[in-house]
Write a protein that binds this ligand. Structure first.
Ligand code: FAD
Length: 280
């Protein structure tokens, strides 16, 4: 039975409560509540939506900080450079508009679903999560934070306060491609995000490629990222994909698709995203 509900106004108050024992952190509730249909949430609820300053996207000299209660609709509506095209496209794919209005970017990452649409885009962007507790603050790359299906490196007394995206040049671009069983309101069979940054001559100086729904945790394709380095961004990037680049993926057979179908679809999605990234 639910025995306690708190809605702190500050991060310090939230940290104090989290230090006192296990809480179920509640942001938009679009993962938390559906996971408890027909049964109460076992831990007391800590609603973080009243904490001042946690909502919104701020730019500083290191890049951007997406506050923990920033919703997918906030991302869609924010004025952001082309670097964020993949995250904005992912935002439009998270459920329907009602879900996007309340579901948060940080909640998507913390929930650690293999099919989370935001995580591949954030990994390709080189994002990290900022965790705060009474013990202090630490920052972990998303890949070190999401450890497995529904498993993160968050300690019980820690609150994710922001997702940070590092600065890139104004020329940086990104693209996102998702395949589900139907066009809208669908759980991903495969998702791909590509980020490229280029120098003055148009050569790629940074590439991030990540795939979701094809392993317990979204994975980078490091061999492809390395091959893209130094290549002219306006060349045929899609032809650079080698099927061996998908080696980090461990897709499974399930009701949404077989492992072989997921691999095949991912090849198409990566090529599609590589074509799109130079036209965004
Ligand atoms: C109908 C429907 C359709 C959906 N479609 C999609 C989809 O297409 N793609 C997709 O990726 N997802 C989808 N989702 C899942 C969900 O909407 C997203 O993952 C959303 O981003 C979760 O954010 P939230 O704020 O609602 O998280 P919550 O439900 O509030 O929290 C999720 C988990 O993260 C923890 N948590 C949240 N914030 C923090 C924090 N700041 N610090 C520490 N822990 C925290 C919570 O304790 C909980 O365990 C769908 C959900 C529904 C109900």
């Amino acid at each position: 039975m639910l025995n306690r509900f708190e809605r702190p106004q500050t991060i310090a108050q939230a940290a104090r409560l989290l230090a006192s024992g296990p809480w179920a952190v509640l942001a938009g509730g679009t993962d938390l509540y559906p996971a408890h249909v027909g049964r109460a949430v076992a831990a007391p609820l800590l609603d973080i939506t009243a904490i001042a300053g946690l909502r919104g996207i701020r730019r500083d000299d290191r890049g951007w900080a997406i506050g923990a209660t920033t919703t997918w609709t906030d991302v869609v509506r924010a004025e952001l450079p082309p670097l964020f095209a993949a995250l904005k496209a992912a935002a439009r794919e998270v459920g329907g508009v009602q879900i996007q209005n309340t579901g948060t970017v940080a909640g998507n990452v913390c929930n650690a679903s293999p099919a989370a649409d935001g995580t591949p885009a954030l990994i390709a962007l080189g994002a990290s999560v900022v965790l705060q507790s009474e013990r202090g603050e630490r920052e972990l790359p998303i890949e070190d934070f999401v450890l497995g299906s529904r498993r993160t490196a968050r300690a019980v007394d820690e609150l994710v306060v922001a997702v940070r995206v590092p600065a890139r040049s104004a020329r940086a671009r990104s693209a996102f491609a998702k395949l589900g069983g139907r066009r809208y309101l669908t759980i991903s069979i495969s998702t791909v995000a590509v980020v490229v940054d280029v120098d003055d001559s148009g050569a790629i100086v940074h590439a991030g490629v990540a795939v979701g729904s094809c392993s317990a945790v979204a994975r980078r394709l490091p061999a492809l990222e390395a091959r893209l380095f130094g290549v002219a961004a306006d060349s045929d990037l899609a032809s650079l994909l080698d099927s061996a680049d998908l080696a980090p993926l461990t897709p499974i057979d399930d009701l949404r698709g077989s492992a072989a179908y997921r691999r095949d679809a991912t090849v198409t999605l990566v090529r599609r995203a590589l074509r799109e990234v130079v036209t965004t």
